[in-house]
Write a new protein. Structure first.
Length: 107
């Protein structure tokens, strides 16, 4: 994952398989509360958590900038997952656009 090299705190997390629980945009940042998928390389990884395919850790990912951050929300109503938590979909893409810019996209 390209973002593992640029953002060492994301090492051992797979954003493309993680669930977005909340989005908190501001002028110069976008924060996402995630149920993030952990790989075996993550220090908090424990196999078989929640009886599912993946091991998860819940936390906030904040993407900040010196420049204004553009955030486009779909306006779609959130759904609820099996545990009754808000489900805003997944992080489908988090990629470098150029040397200074990154884009995150989800469904």
């Amino acid at each position: 994952m390209d973002y593992w090299d640029r953002f060492p705190d994301l090492a051992g997390l797979v954003l493309e398989e993680s669930w977005v629980l909340e989005v908190a945009p501001s002028e110069r940042a976008m924060a996402l509360r995630l149920d993030a998928v952990m790989t075996e390389e993550h220090p908090r990884y424990r196999p078989g958590e929640r009886g599912g395919q993946y091991a998860y850790v819940t936390g906030w990912l904040t993407l900040s900038s010196d420049e204004p951050v553009g955030v486009e929300l779909s306006g779609a109503a959130p759904t609820r997952d099996a545990a009754g938590e808000t489900d805003l979909g997944q992080v489908d893409r988090f990629e470098r656009v150029d040397q200074e810019s990154w884009e995150a996209e989800g469904n």
